[in-house]
Design a protein around this ligand. Structure first.
Ligand code: RIB
Length: 304
């Protein structure tokens, strides 16, 4: 079977990761247990996940003309990702994410966007031939909203399935949500999008749909996934893993897996199962991009 084509519009960050027994309080200094630099960025993580689990991926984004940008190109080359529409920007540095990971694998992240925030609608328009040839267009919110909107519009015009992973969360208007076939927030992001806070995931999904969203695939961490579409809510339990090492990039693994399964024509429920397995494997490994599993690993995991 030919690999299905997917375009990912998004960010690349170099992740500066400090491992720490716990996340410190504001104003507090604590001693960590280690440090690591690695490739990340929600867009690039999702692109690498999609490439590893079986898609022909084209990435659209910007990096700086610096050492970190060279690292990005190497990562994409190794993953077999097409970079024809990646711009090496001389005016801004490659994005950087400062991350703390605690002993339970939980994290906090601050992103300095750099070149990612200079991705323009014109950059996305240049990638129209790739988008037109794709079954799925996948994007997030680590690049400017006007570029995201343009990408969704072009993908819609060409009949690609559009997936928006609305991370980091920000308020979104109904007209933008109308361009999205499947939105994949967590509960916090859903509340930021709608301005309606709810402790109940079903209510949070319903609020998002009332705000203009189509199909909602809400990730609930260890609680699994809640799908809310025209058929109503449906819960998918999470896969159990032996030990959670690092949850950084788990959502990205999920989105990459979901995009590939849908591009292969799998029904949504099956695609969510495939995506959940992709995410579950990623939390058992350190790092973001580096934790993304291969197709063989996901299939073996699903056969367990
Ligand atoms: O989703 C995880 C990613 O968020 C990290 O790789 C970091 O770069 C930030 O973009």
């Amino acid at each position: 079977m030919d690999k299905p084509r997917i375009v990912v519009l998004g960010s690349y960050n170099t992740d500066l990761v400090t491992f720490s027994p716990r996340i410190p309080q504001p104003g507090e200094t604590i001693l960590g247990s280690g440090f690591k630099t690695g490739p990340g960025g929600k867009g690039s993580n999702q692109a690498v996940a999609a490439a590893r689990v079986g898609a022909a991926v084209t990435f659209v984004g910007r990096i700086g003309r610096d050492m970190f940008g060279e690292m990005a190109l190497k990562v994409w080359q190794e993953a077999g990702i097409a970079t024809d529409y990646v711009i090496q920007d001389g005016e801004a540095p490659t994005g950087v994410a400062t991350i703390i990971v605690d002993d339970h694998g939980e994290n906090i992240i601050v992103v300095a966007s750099g070149a990612n925030w200079r991705v323009s609608p014109a950059d996305v328009e240049r990638a129209e031939p790739a988008i037109a040839a794709s079954r799925v267009f996948l994007t997030q919110l680590e690049t400017p909203p006007e570029a995201v909107r343009r990408g969704l519009q072009i993908a819609r015009q060409h009949g690609a399935t559009t997936i928006l992973n609305p991370a980091p969360g920000q308020p979104l208007t109904p007209d933008l949500l109308a361009l999205v076939d499947i939105i994949t927030p967590n509960q916090t992001e859903a509340a930021i999008i709608t301005g309606v806070s709810s402790a109940n995931a079903t209510e949070a999904c319903a609020a998002l749909r009332a705000h203009g969203a189509n199909t909602v695939v809400m990730t609930l961490g260890s609680e699994g996934v809640l799908l809310y579409d025209d058929g109503g809510p449906q819960h998918f339990p999470a896969f159990k893993v032996d030990k959670v090492v690092d949850t950084t990039g788990a959502g990205d693994a999920f989105n990459g897996g979901l995009a590939v399964a849908l591009a292969e024509g799998k029904p949504l429920a099956e695609a969510i199962r495939f995506a959940s397995a992709t995410g579950a494997i990623s939390v058992t490994r350190p790092g973001a991009t580096e934790s993304m599993p291969t197709r063989a690993e996901v299939e073996a995991f699903l056969r367990r």
